[in-house]
Design a protein around this ligand. Sequence first.
Ligand SMILES: Nc1nc2c(ncn2[C@@H]2O[C@H](COP(=O)(O)OP(=O)(O)OP(=O)(O)O)[C@@H](O)[C@H]2O)c(=O)[nH]1
Ligand SMILES: [Mg+2]
Length: 417
Amino acid sequence: MAAHSDLTGDPLLGSDAQQRFLPTRFNVQGKALDIKGVPCSKLACPQCHLLIPRQLLEMEPFFISILGAPGSGKSYFLAAMTWKLRSILSSQFGLSFGDADPEANQLLINYEEELFLNSDDDKLVALRKTELEGGELYETVNYGSGRTVQYPKPFVFPIQPEAGHQYGAHSRRLARALCLYDNAGEHFLPGNENANRPVQHLAVSRVLLFLFDPTQHPKFRNACKDQSQDPQILKNVWSNRQDLVFQEAANRIRNYKGLPAHEKDDRPLVVVVTKYDAWCSLASGKPLKEEWVTSATQSAYQGLNLKQLRNISRQVREIVSKYAPEMVSAVEGFSSDVIYIPASAQGQAPELIEESGYLGIRPKDIKSMWIEIPMLYALHRSVPGLIATVKNGEQKKKVSSSTRQKTTDRDHSSSPS
Ligand SMILES: Nc1nc2c(ncn2[C@@H]2O[C@H](COP(=O)(O)OP(=O)(O)OP(=O)(O)O)[C@@H](O)[C@H]2O)c(=O)[nH]1
Ligand SMILES: [Mg+2]
């Protein structure tokens, strides 16, 4: 992409965009020179002309799709998760984690700052509902003849083992550019598929995260209403048939991948059962503790205890299948590799903001629970060796009173292939 400020105008991106060009001249550092002779550092795709963070060429991209109905908590989940990963991936797992391009990740950075670095931390704040279109989350490309496509913008985070990591010597091979998207839930509503607004990351993503929100389910709400003050439990704030939302996403994945109806998808599917604070009375009622599923390894870092995680998954599956059996059959009908992980971005109920009518939370009250666990599991499953695992020894923890259920999750080795 041209660097000189006079070089604007692109046939696909419009008159304000910097010019795109096929470089033919380079300086001694190997940087392309634009026609005004200015060295350029930004790269663009030759087909759609959109910017590509350099790390995507240097590291293998690793797409993760985050799906869920409108209001299921995707934006809070993303913000709380990236905030947590920034503080623990290096110190507890020996992995470097940062923004490929802070400008491109700005929206997510703003969410994080609003929730976790707010100087007025006693004032109710609310993240905006994710837009269905617009410049912050989508890039518009005009291919001519009336064909305009809106591509969702990824948030890109390079992840790689640091020197002290057990596979620090394999750092380049294990490095990944993690690409995450914040799609509006409406994109996944039945009947809302649009060829001009593709969500093709669904097909290429290595792991699917489906956010199931029990507060949108009448039977969950009914079961929790005496134990919770959450307006989402006491009133019908959000109400979507989440099994149908999932089915819609599953059908699109089948279409994109050409997967026949009788075959199951074999990628890991993580059902993140969100807003744990609101439905924890159906489990043990206790806050989720990281040490239930992570513990020290022989190295300086932590590892993931898969046995414990699966044990908790079985218990959560049992709760979901008691109140929303249609959800369990939708996800297990599609995927042969499902795990259920409870999480809470806020750790407590939001309150009504009188002026705006939104539900908000005071930053000082946020106590996220297990918000990083789905991603640690996703990383472990897709890039063996990146996240260490621990065998056991830890005492079994219970999130619910009963644990009978077969699991659909399997054992996986954790050495780099
Ligand atoms: N109790 C509770 N409420 C939560 C939690 N996380 C999010 N919420 C509430 O859920 C509502 C929706 O959250 P969002 O993150 O905006 O949902 P979304 O899935 O991004 O919604 P769309 O952008 O419309 O698709 C907000 O009112 C939040 O206050 C949580 O951990 N606990
Ligand atoms: Mg959102």
